[in-house]
Every structure is written in structure tokens, then in C-alpha cells.
Design a protein around this ligand. Structure first.
Ligand SMILES: NC(=O)NCCC(=O)O
Ligand SMILES: [Zn+2]
Ligand SMILES: [Zn+2]
Length: 460
């Protein structure tokens, strides 16, 4: 069965072009000049954009954290992603201390396999660097997981010392893998947080005040130097601060293989949200924390200059009622993370509406570059013959208001409650199957397949 997506503007990093797209089974059969192709069925995309499906390279479904779990399962989280035009996620398998990387991978497969509405891959969080973990990194690459996240934050939980990071980077260099870094100086932060708590400062805003941007800048610079010494590629995750961006830009100007992502929350929300009264600020506790608004212009500029190459969500939802509540009386116990997987494409489209990004750059940062960065191109991230038919028909003039009452994520609040947006998803195809239509969700949570990924295609 073939489907013709007709009359839309096909968007790629180089811009938008009127073209028709023919889907045959799970893949794109042809992209042709308007009126030159025919199909068994037709989707009218007149006046709309036709985008490669979004790729969210940073999500945490069912993630154990702070004595609880992020509340989206793979089923609910990938369904919400589909609603928002994301057709691939790359989630993090989390190595617990004392366990192996391969058993961790098995565990994450048992959570995700058969339970996803869209295709998915894994990164591996390495939190126990030892001979076995270092050896198993190679087996992870062979199993399609060629990117490893490490933490300079969260001492006693995920934290690795500089020496451990150095060892993992040497291994990454040897096997062609990419090290992803949570770059905040967790040792210094823990001291500041303890001092604040001792002084009776317990509210959520303290989470932001005790994680100053200088300590993100410092950790980012340190990670960059360790990567330079070892020759390892480095990808800075969830970059939030101007200081960190400056360090990334300098390294890139020097020709080092350093990449970075930011997230919508750092572009649109600020420490003022963390300071909301009556504990409401807890909704906005994530690490790195929301910053002063003055950082936002730098982040938008970084997206334009490619010093920030990717926009991911770091989707890690905890309910306000039972879970964020764990930190009432001690901000350090608030589970870290915010929801967002459903709204990344829409929120970044606002950047297009506001003149911060071109249409091409929207698609590049949200789909094409994450595909290349994490070894999925050209299967994903492009509308071209032979690619998977992961396609979003996007109505650029439709209006919507974001709200917990209407979103599909399994969390009891929206970080963007009341945001009025221009543009919304019309139809979503995942490997040729219509999973979202104007009538609603038409997919299934057994449709998504595991993606065994190649290595970073900017380097390998
Ligand atoms: N970002 C956050 O606060 N939670 C998720 C875990 C992480 O990415 O560090
Ligand atoms: Zn992180
Ligand atoms: Zn994360």
C-alpha cells in the first residue's frame, strides 16, 4: 500500500521546497515535484510543512532517581512523543553501581521492547568505572549503543572522578564511541547545598542558587580538557549556561570534536519559575538548573552558530503531588527532572516564528543532526527515498495552548502551562504507519522497534 503526502513544503536543513512524498510500506519510495507522483491513498499537506520525524536524543522513561521513578513508562512517554511529532527517542540505560553494562542493557530492553509507540535507541550511563565496565563498552558498541553518559555531578550516585572519566574517554577514543557529559561540579555544589540547608534555606529556588553557572562552565572546561588529552569526542548534554557555551565554542574553534545540546526549558524558562511560591518551584527542579533569563539569548545564538548542534528534552517527569513532594522541607531531596518530550518540536517552532531560527535550522537541530550525531542517518532525520517513512505533517498556523489538562505525558503538571503557541502537529507517520492524525492517536505501543545505531557519523 502506498500513501502520497501531497502539496506540502518539505523541510530539510537547507530550507523548504514544495514537493510530494510517496510512502511505500515502511519507507519513503520517492520525493518528487508537485503532481508527478501517485499513491493508493493521499494525505493533503497543502499549506503545511512536511518534516522528517523529530529525534529526541535525551529522554529518561521509567528512570530510577532519588528513591522514585520518572513517571512516563516507555509506552506513555513514546505515545506523548508521537503526539508532538517526535518519532525516535534515545533513552538512557542506567548502570547501577555494582552491576555490569551488559546486564543494564538487558534490563532496559526488558522495559522498552514491545512497549514503544515509536522507534527507540539507548545510550548507556556509566556510573561504575572498572575493568569490566571498560571492557563492556566495546560490547555495547557492537549492540548498537555507541554513546556513554558520565556525570561530574551527583556524588555518591552517578558521579565519576576525573580519573574514571579519563579512563572511559581513553576507551571511547579506542572504540570510536562518544562520551556524553553531565558537566556540573557536583563536589562543590554539594558543599553549597549543605551550607544553604544548614542556614535554613530549604525552598526549591535554593536548587538553582546552589548550582551557579560558573560551576557548569568550570566542569564543561574540565571535560573538554580531559577529552583533549585523551582524544575522545565529547558531547555536552543539557547545556544551560553562557559560561559552558563559551567553553564549547572555544574548543570547537580550536578544532576539537566537542558537541553540545540544549533543551527547551533553558530557552524558555528561568530561575523565576524555580522561585514560585508554595513549593510550586519544585516543578522546575532539574539539573543543571533553570538560569537567569540573560543566558537565553546566548543559547539561541549558539543554536544559530552550531555551537549548540542539537535540541533534546532531557524528559524526566516526576509528579508534583507525590514525587516532587519528597523534597518539601529539603530542596536537595526533590527528584531532579522535568517533563517535555511532547512539546520540543512545537517549542522550537516558536523560535522560527520569533525569528531566532530558520525553518532549516529547526529541522536540523531537532532531527537531522541528532540522527547523524547518534548514527541513525539516513535511515532517520531526512525525507529521502530509502529512508524510514518517519514523517510529520505540521500546520504552521494552527494555534494551541499547552496544559496538563490536554497533554499526553503521564505527569500531573505542565512546565509550560498556559503557553500559547503557533503551529502544531497535524499528522505523524512512524515507519509508514499513521500514528497521529487529526482524529487522534492511531498508533500502538508495540509498533516501535529498537534501533541498533552506528557510531557518531560526524567522526566515523
Ligand atoms: N536532568 C535532570 O535533572 N534529571 C535527569 C537526569 C540527568 O539528565 O541528569
Ligand atoms: Zn544529566
Ligand atoms: Zn538527562
Amino acid at each position: 500500500m502506498t500513501t502520497l503526502i501531497k502539496g506540502g513544503q518539505v523541510v530539510s536543513p537547507s530550507g523548504a521546497l514544495l514537493a510530494d512524498v510517496l510512502v511505500d510500506g515502511e519507507t519513503i519510495a520517492a520525493v518528487g515535484a508537485p503532481g508527478t507522483l501517485t499513491g493508493d491513498e493521499t494525505i493533503d499537506a497543502t499549506g503545511k510543512y512536511v518534516l522528517p520525524g523529530g529525534i529526541d536524543a535525551h529522554t529518561h522513561m521509567e528512570m530510577p532517581f532519588g528513591g522514585t521513578h520518572s513517571v512516563d513508562t516507555f509506552a506513555t512517554g513514546t505515545t506523548a512523543a508521537a503526539w508532538g511529532g517526535t518519532t525516535t527517542i534515545i533513552d538512557f540505560a542506567v548502570q547501577a553501581k555494582g552491576t555490569s553494562l551488559l546486564s543494564t542493557m538487558d534490563k532496559w530492553h526488558s522495559k522498552a521492547d514491545g512497549n514503544c509507540a515509536i522507534d527507540y535507541g539507548f545510550h548507556m550511563i556509566v556510573s561504575d568505572v572498572n575493568d569490566q565496565s571498560l571492557k563492556e563498552m566495546e560490547a555495547c558498541v557492537d549492540a548498537g549503543v555507541g554513546s556513554f553518559k558520565m556525570f561530574m555531578a551527583y556524588p555518591g550516585v552517578f558521579y565519576s572522578t576525573d580519573g574514571e572519566i579519563l579512563l572511559a574517554m581513553q576507551k571511547a577514543r579506542e572504540i570510536g564511541a562518544t562520551i556524553m557529559m553531565h558537566a556540573e561540579n557536583g563536589i562543590a555544589i554539594d558543599q553549597l547545598a549543605a551550607q544553604a540547608f544548614e542556614a535554613g534555606k530549604i525552598d526549591p529556588v535554593q536548587h538553582g542558587l546552589t548550582r551557579p553557572p560558573e560551576l557548569e562552565g568550570e566542569a564543561t572546561s574540565r571535560a573538554i580538557q580531559l577529552a583533549k588529552v585523551t582524544g575522545s569526542p565529547l558531547y555536552i548534554v543539557h547545556l544551560s549556561a553562557s559560561q559552558a557555551l563559551a567553553a564549547v565554542a572555544e574548543a570547537r574553534n580550536d578544532g576539537q570534536n566537542v558537541f553540545a545540546e540544549t533543551c527547551p526549558q533553558y530557552l524558555y524558562l528561568s530561575i523565576e519559575d524555580l522561585a514560585k511560591p508554595d513549593f510550586e518551584g519544585a516543578k522546575y527542579v532539574a539539573s543543571p538548573p533553570l538560569r537567569e533569563k540573560s543566558h537565553q539569548a546566548d543559547l539561541w545564538r549558539g543554536l544559530r552558530t552550531n555551537d549548540l548542534s542539537v535540541v533534546s528534552t532531557d524528559h524526566c517527569p516526576f509528579c508534583f503531588k507525590d514525587q516532587k513532594e519528597l523534597g518539601r522541607g529539603d530542596f536537595r531531596a526533590i527528584p531532579n527532572g522535568m517533563p517535555g518530550v511532547e512539546h520540543r518540536m512545537d517549542l522550537l517552532h516558536q523560535g522560527v516564528v520569533a525569528g531566532e531560527l530558520t525553518l532549516g535550522r529547526w529541522v536540523e537541530t531537532c532531527s537531522a543532526t541528532p540522527a547523524r550525531m547518534f548514527g541513525l542517518y539516513p535511515r532517520k532525520g531526512v525525507i529521502a527515498a530509502g529512508s524510514d517513512a518517519d514523517i510529520v505533517v505540521y500546520d504552521p498556523s494552527a494555534k494551541q495552548t499547552l496544559s496538563a489538562e490536554t497533554h499526553h505525558m503521564n505527569v500531573d503538571y505542565s512546565a509550560y502551562e498556559g503557553f500559547e503557541l503557533t503551529g502544531r502537529v497535524h499528522t505523524v507517520l512512524s515507519r509508514g504507519r499513521v500514528v497521529v492524525s487529526p482524529d487522534g492517536f492511531t498508533g500502538s505501543t508495540s509498533h516501535g522497534k529498537f534501533l541498533s545505531r552506528e557510531l557518531n557519523q560526524y567522526l566515523n
